[in-house]
Design a protein around this ligand. Sequence first.
Ligand code: IPE
Ligand code: IPE
Ligand code: MG
Length: 232
Amino acid sequence: MTTKRNDNVHVAIIMDGNGRWAEARGMVRSEGHKSGAKRVKQVILHADTCGVRKLSLWGFSTDNWNRPEYEVNILMQLFKKFILQEADELHQRDACVTFIGDRSGLPEQLQRVMAALEDRTKDNNGLHLEIALNYGGRDEIVRAVNKAVEAGKQVTQESFLQLLDTPDEPDLIIRTSGEQRTSGFMPFQATSSEWYFEPVTWPEYTPSHFDTALAAYKARDRRFGGLSKKVV
Ligand code: IPE
Ligand code: IPE
Ligand code: MG
């Protein structure tokens, strides 16, 4: 895939706080997830308009199976509905959509719509939208290690990256809802990623919050173990 984007930034978002948003309003948690789904669309369109090269969104973790079955089922239905509803527009916008995580653990119908969207958008050159479903960083590493073991090959850092679900390190990782932990997001890739912790919950997240995070990121001095560009 080639990208023709005007802003060569890879942004990832840990979309957190749907449940607390609903509970604070006397609603059931699923209402928070429904409200959060609307924000997903708005933020994707906004990131596309900003010319961001890649947007990674974490929708469901390998640990989220610990939630009550009805909540998990609602989330799975929302993912399927979202993909089916938004497929045409994403394709028209030239977005290339890929999924990371252990998809074999997801409902078969969901796996089918994921594969269809990936296939339909694979040659697109616009925003690369990466959606993490049934994703866990340790799980990703263990699956990659097993691939290397099965191939009987030792790895280098570079070759190991290629065995992961994605080799790309986000430039900026945003987590909403005020939680300041990774919960296992891209532990191998994200060594130089800049973190931005946003106090508002995901259903309250707007394009203007995204702009603020991007501006904060651009003002940072990334050194990658070297020296500041300001001093060399
Ligand atoms: C994020 O919101 C969505 C998922 C993890 C699927 P949460 O459901 O984690 O909301 P809180 O953190 O309980 O408020
Ligand atoms: C992380 O949020 C996963 C997603 C946002 C999909 P969680 O709400 O599941 O994380 P913890 O349990 O607070 O660490
Ligand atoms: Mg949460």
